[in-house]
Design a binder for this molecule. Structure first.
Ligand code: NIG
Ligand code: FE
Length: 391
């Protein structure tokens, strides 16, 4: 692969404060050289070195590709009716997951794979160059392992979520289901997963069950992350911090002690906010400002799934986070790129610095602020992933 120089970048977000201004490391009139899939040079356009090929950004903005650290894309079926009912006043409950479980079990491998491919492509067109993907709509040993095998064809960031909700087959014996999840199902899934997750919530798994799932996964080399404090205050956030989880996701209902714990653990456990879920369940948004002011590390992700948040659009989440959650446009952009990378414990993505993977999004806009200023407008004009033009 030859080298490419991207010139005419009106505004470049590097997320490297040693390269440019502020936490975003902003550079104006910049250029980037990409070689062998990596960033080879970053700096003022006037001093850009020559390369095999050139691309003129025409004064537009370039940002790191989005790192979306939370999605559930191995599924079949449709939950339009449930969404419709919610928008007529019905409440969201964890139980809707079982609707998708039935459809997913009935689907062929090929159908599931095609669905995953479709949503990964959709996300890529919107600037997402790293996308985590969970199992959790199979809930049998075979169906969970199958989900992770399929997810693994599309991403390295695969998460075992056998503990999404108690399987309908174990409705009368949740303890036996936890034994399955921490035993034979974990054995079958661990080879295909990097992470282990659990939905710690009323109607799903309590604190003791969540602890059992995460510690069993950790013993098998999977790193914990957790669905915590989404619908109610609960033990999830404290458990995440105690176990050194990579992230506590949702963080919608937090006590002062939860916020303090996330702030104290800011180098280890990221607070991942998923505003698509509150949007699509018509619920109150998490308070990003409170977390940021306390010193927590915050990531923004889509939670793309057919039940609670059927959007693959990080730009949409950025716009909502800025309008409704007290984030500045700079903070939201950082959280959707560097924050997502931190939540996945990745240093090779989420920034534009020499040696990083060449994952870039070109915006049809003069700066990243337009992602919030122009909500709902498809501003991503081009995407490079690993140095290759991908969209
Ligand atoms: O992150 N919270 C648990 N899991 C998903 C919802 C999945 C569903 O409703 O199908 C979430 O919101
Ligand atoms: Fe989720």
């Amino acid at each position: 692969m030859g080298s490419t120089v991207i010139t005419g970048i009106g505004s470049l977000v590097t997320n490297d404060p040693s390269i440019g201004d502020g936490p975003l490391g902003l550079l104006s009139d910049a250029a980037v050289v990409v070689a062998d899939g990596r960033i080879a040079w970053v700096g003022p356009a006037a001093s850009a070195p020559a390369a095999d090929e050139g691309f003129d950004a025409g004064g537009r903005a370039v940002i790191p590709g989005f790192v979306d650290s939370h999605s559930h894309l191995v599924f079949a079926g449709d939950r339009t009716a449930e969404f419709n009912a919610r928008m007529s006043g019905a409440a969201y409950t964890a139980g809707g997951i079982r609707t998708t479980v039935a459809a997913t079990r009935a689907a062929s491998d090929a159908a599931l794979d095609a669905n995953v491919a479709r949503y990964f492509a959709e996300a890529l067109r919107q600037g997402t160059t790293v996308l985590e993907c969970k199992s959790g709509y199979g809930l049998t040993v075979e169906d969970e392992a199958r989900a992770l095998r399929i997810a693994g064809r599309h991403t390295d960031e695969t998460t075992y979520l056998g503990a999404h909700v108690v399987s309908p087959d174990y409705a009368d014996d949740p303890a036996a289901y936890v034994d399955l999840v921490t035993g034979p199902m974990l054995d079958a899934c661990a080879p295909y997963a990097r992470w282990v997750d659990v939905f710690c919530e009323r109607g799903a798994f309590d604190g003791d069950q969540a602890r059992a799932v995460l510690t069993a996964g950790a013993k098998r080399g999977l790193v914990p992350r957790i669905h915590a404090n989404q619908l109610t205050e609960g033990p999830g956030v404290q458990l995440a911090v105690e176990l050194g989880a990579a992230s506590a996701d949702h963080c919608t209902h937090l006590s002062d002690a939860d916020v303090a714990a996330l702030a104290a653990a800011s180098g280890t456990t990221v607070a991942t906010l998923l505003p698509g879920a509150e949007f699509s369940t018509r619920a109150a948004y998490p308070d990003a400002r409170r977390l940021l002011d306390a010193g927590a590390t915050v990531a923004l992700s889509t939670d793309c799934n057919p039940g609670s948040s059927f959007t693959s659009s990080v730009p949409f989440c950025i716009a909502v986070a800025v309008r409704e959650m007290g984030m500045t446009p700079d903070e939201a952009l950082w959280s959707a790129t560097a924050g997502g990378a931190a939540a996945l414990r990745r240093t090779d993505v989420g920034r534009v610095a020499v040696g990083a993977r060449a994952d870039l999004a070109l915006l049809d806009a003069p700066s990243h602020v337009h992602l919030a200023y122009r909500p709902g407008v498809p501003l991503v004009a081009a995407v490079w992933r690993g140095g290759e033009r991908a969209a």
